[in-house]
Design a binder for this molecule. Structure first.
Ligand code: CS2
Ligand code: MG
Length: 415
């Protein structure tokens, strides 16, 4: 099973995606997701210039060796661009191996451990009535766990909130009212204003109102998107304890994970982190000191299925579970890979799920199904996703940026 071609495909059905397609001498095709939101073409260059030439002629069965070759062999390790590229190669190789075996990929990862992967959806609103509508809409769609984000009095558009106003400004109008899409197609990033004190004052009342309206059982999640200091994070975690969150995500900036010790000392609200991590080493201190409860790394940014499986096994030693990142910038290829892994591992926790646009689903024909709030991978051999070149060619790449966050005095803040 020799690799005879490696194509880097760029298309933009509603939002930008980068896909790696490997073809072997026996005519099999494997796909990998190489999308890095807002920095897509850097991964295209890394793959095209530095990785594709090394893949041609390689034995596609040698997944572990190829991973070590690309990761260790480059000398320059880690980082989102490198790891997105290696992820795509690793995923495409697993897709190929499973297609060659004639089995859905999860069968090669140990087989099914559960009927499906429980998901959480994104409810948001500029104010409480809009938020409640969004929660109801998600419950009607079948979601059984819900992330809550709201506008903050005195601030304009806020990260993670799909108010009708900012959804209308979304990518090509494909963003639905309830699906926030942070990347905007524009020449420069949109800038948003942020006030941590106003946020900390506002959030407990939001969760109290949601609990009063929807009862005690519904699992609720919240993403703080790296915006708080350790002591602010501790305060938020403690103030939300009465509302029994499933998790509080990314409370502090990802570079300095040791600060989570301080947060843990003050709150029993479960913590999730890792959507911007790249390697198993990023988790070492967090696992060994039991500083987090859920691992957010997706297949697409942690270097692929091979290393993410290792991260989950390492997490299981500490009773830490998966909680994989799944916004729309993870393509249907990346999502399918997460689900094959999620259905197999013993310590699955929850899977984030934002529906892709109809245009995206037309380019990537995926056999994934959504049943009773759970996503279930396809029974087709491999990942169960096909890429349609003809449809893809209708959607040309357009530069898009994530917003930049500024404090009220104008200085740039974390997000
Ligand atoms: C978010 C993402 O899904 C999440 O938890 O943090 O929407 C994130 O902002 C984007 O993936 C950035 O590309
Ligand atoms: Mg997040």
């Amino acid at each position: 099973m020799q690799i005879i071609s490696a194509e880097v495909l760029v298309s933009s059905p509603g939002r930008n995606f980068v896909t790696l397609r490997l073809t072997t001498d026996d005519g099999l095709v494997g796909l990998g997701d190489a999308t890095l939101n807002g920095r897509e073409l850097a991964v295209v260059a890394y793959l095209t210039e530095h990785v594709v030439p090394l893949l041609l002629g390689r034995d596609a069965h040698r997944i572990e060796d190829t991973w070590q070759y690309l990761y260790r062999g480059a000398y320059w390790r880690r980082g989102p661009v490198t790891m997105a590229a290696i992820s795509a190669v690793d995923t495409a190789l697993w897709d190929l191996k499973a297609r060659a075996a004639g089995l859905p990929l999860y069968q090669l990862l140990g087989g099914r451990s559960r009927v499906g992967c429980l998901t959480y959806g994104h409810a948001s609103g500029a104010d409480l009535p809009e938020l409640f509508d969004s929660v109801r809409d998600h419950l009607e769609q079948g979601f059984r766990a819900i992330r809550i984000q709201t506008g903050i009095p005195g601030l304009g558009s806020v990260y993670g909130v799909a108010s009708s106003a900012n959804a209308a400004a979304g990518a090509d109008g494909v963003t639905s009212r309830y699906d926030h899409e942070p990347a905007r197609r524009s020449a420069a990033p949109v800038e948003e204003a942020w006030d941590t004190r106003a946020y900390l004052r506002h959030m407990p009342g939001v969760f109290e109102a949601v609990r009063n309206e929807f009862g005690p059982e519904l699992p609720l999640l919240h993403d703080a998107h790296h915006r708080l200091t350790p002591i602010q994070a501790a305060k938020l975690g403690r103030s939300l304890e009465p509302f029994d969150l499933f998790w509080l995500e990314d409370v502090t900036p990802a570079e300095n994970t040791a600060v989570l010790r301080r947060v843990r000392e003050h709150t029993t609200t479960p913590l999730a982190i890792g959507e911007v991590f790249n390697t198993i080493w990023d988790y070492r201190e967090l696992f060994e000191e039991q500083l987090v409860d859920y691992v957010r790394s997706p297949v697409t940014h942690a270097g692929g299925i091979t290393p993410l499986r290792r991260i989950f096994d390492y997490a299981s030693v500490y009773q830490i579970k998966s909680g994989v990142h799944g916004p729309t910038d993870i393509s249907p290829v990346g999502l399918a890979a997460s689900l094959h892994l999620g259905i197999a591992i013993p310590n699955f926790g929850i899977q984030e799920y934002m529906r892709h646009s109809a245009a995206t689903d037309e380019v990537f024909r995926s056999g994934v199904t959504f049943v009773d709030g759970m996503l279930v991978p396809s029974e087709e051999p491999g990942l169960g996703v096909e890429y349609d070149d003809d449809v893809a060619s209708r959607y040309e790449y357009a530069a898009a940026y994530l917003p930049v966050n500024r404090l009220l005095d104008g200085s740039v803040h974390d997000w």
